[in-house]
Design a protein. Structure first.
Length: 115
């Protein structure tokens, strides 16, 4: 990544990146690259910033839709929805190890601060 001039790493919300997220974040940290991940809980796995929908909220919504199907609603009639809320998680330990400081305004909006 450094040889190609990367200044940061974005870890997308794909199953493979999720499975290897901790390892990818660790390698990026070794290379002194800040990481932004598309799931808030990934900040706990070593990403500098995690931003995206809550998996818990998504699963609850999915369960409600499955319940509708079991009650006889045709799957095609259930609308496709976007997440209703996004969450921000910041990893303060990773920021410190990279020599970075989050602005106070960003800290105030974060739903989770990881030490």
């Amino acid at each position: 990544m450094q040889a190609q001039g990367a200044q940061a790493l974005l870890i997308g919300a794909t199953p493979q990146f999720q499975a290897d997220g901790k390892q990818l974040a660790g390698l990026a940290l070794q290379g002194r690259l800040p990481t932004v991940c598309e799931w808030p809980d990934m900040a706990r796995a070593g990403c500098l910033i995690g931003y995206g929908p809550s998996r818990t909220a998504l699963r609850k919504r999915m369960a409600a839709q499955i319940a509708q199907i079991f009650r006889g609603v045709a799957p095609g009639s259930i609308p496709i929805e976007r997440p209703s809320a996004l969450e921000l998680a910041l990893n303060l330990g990773i920021a410190k190890s990279l020599g970075l400081k989050f602005p106070d305004a960003l800290l105030a909006t974060a739903g989770e601060l990881v030490e």
